[in-house]
Design a protein around this ligand. Structure first.
Ligand code: MN
Length: 335
């Protein structure tokens, strides 16, 4: 990462030396499947950061999506700590680094916000919450990611929710936005149902609104949000590997995130975007804090940040998808 290029121009530490409310960090690589090349994803986080620069001078301006300025007229309380050093195919070490950083941030009392990387990074991120459970997982994704293994690998981008289900500190999960086909077969659907995962398909969300998903989150639960950008509709997020019509709108996505703040304690996690031009995928993560009401005055800064990130992700996805269409294996890749 370029030292000067930080999300929204945020600092890498607070001026007063205090503890930040949220810490953004990024990881280019998580667990890459054998024979696969995830190098394109390494550029993802910086693409998000680049997309945010246009708004860096507007941080104190009124944001109609938030109902006020990002930090509510208060001093900046979130930081961008930059990129973790990861190496493609150094899977176990990458996971260890991501988990360690997540644990460090949580130990500070701050909310971790991770930008990936491919969609394997949720596994070590969630593992980092082991001492902060029980947590629920809200996954926004076109796919359920419940494969036990793919090509002999159990920690790749088709495995996150299966691995999450095995973590003792994960109390439950709500999976939102599924549609069309992906890596899941009947066996994976049955495994998820046996576990008790709550499925809310994209169609159900369109029919009944975000409450169809929010109602499954227990009051006061601590929630980790994982946002795979293919959960969003390709009309607003075309830069993904598996473009599938019928996804969440931007408004649904931010209402879902904001709605969590009303009933849960939230920590957010990624999204991913495949740049059409370079076949990159972005993986954005976001975290959120305590059991605060989500009315604007009281809304945690990290939650605002998450909504902001979602907005910027949408825009960066569009921006990176104008030059040419994805082709070859990437355009047909299925999670
Ligand atoms: Mn997906």
């Amino acid at each position: 990462m370029t030292a000067s290029l930080r999300f929204l121009g945020l600092p890498d530490r607070l001026a007063d030396g205090g503890t930040p409310r949220a810490v953004i960090f990024s990881a280019a690589h998580g667990t890459t499947y054998p024979g696969k090349d995830s190098s394109g994803y390494a550029l993802a986080a910086d693409a998000i950061r680049a997309a945010s620069q246009d708004d860096a001078t507007l941080v104190e301006h009124w944001d109609f999506d938030l109902g006020g300025p990002l930090f509510d007229g208060k001093p900046v309380c979130c930081i961008d700590a930059g990129d973790i050093a990861t190496i493609m195919h150094d899977n176990a070490a990458n996971r260890a680094r991501i988990e360690a950083r997540t644990r460090e941030i949580l130990a500070l009392g701050a909310v971790p916000i991770l930008l990936g990387g491919d969609d394997s990074v949720p596994i070590p991120f969630l593992a980092g919450f082991a001492d902060h459970g029980p947590v629920w997982v809200l996954q926004i994704d076109a796919h359920i990611d419940w494969r036990d293994e793919v090509h002999g690998e159990r920690y790749g981008y088709s495995n996150p929710m299966r691995r999450a289900s095995e973590m003792p500190h994960v109390a439950g999960m709500v999976q939102v936005g599924m549609r069309s086909v992906g890596s899941a077969r009947l066996a994976e659907i049955e495994a998820a149902q046996r576990y008790g995962s709550r499925f809310v398909t994209a169609r159900e969300l369109h029919a009944h609104g975000v409450e169809a998903a929010l109602r499954h989150i227990p009051e006061g639960a601590r929630v980790v949000v994982t946002l795979d950008c293919d959960g969003l509709d390709p009309s607003i997020m075309p830069g993904v590997a598996a473009r599938t019509p019928g996804g969440l709108t931007y408004t649904q996505a931010i209402d879902l995130i904001s709605g969590l703040g009303k009933r849960a304690r939230v920590r957010l996690r990624p999204c991913r975007v495949l740049s059409a031009r370079r076949h990159r995928r972005l993986d954005g993560r976001d975290g959120i804090p305590p059991d605060r009401q989500c009315d604007r005055r009281d809304r945690p800064a990290a939650l605002n940040q998450a909504v902001r990130a979602t907005s910027l992700l949408s825009r960066s996805g569009l921006r990176h998808s104008t030059a040419e269409q994805p082709r070859g294996r990437c355009s047909r890749a299925r999670r």
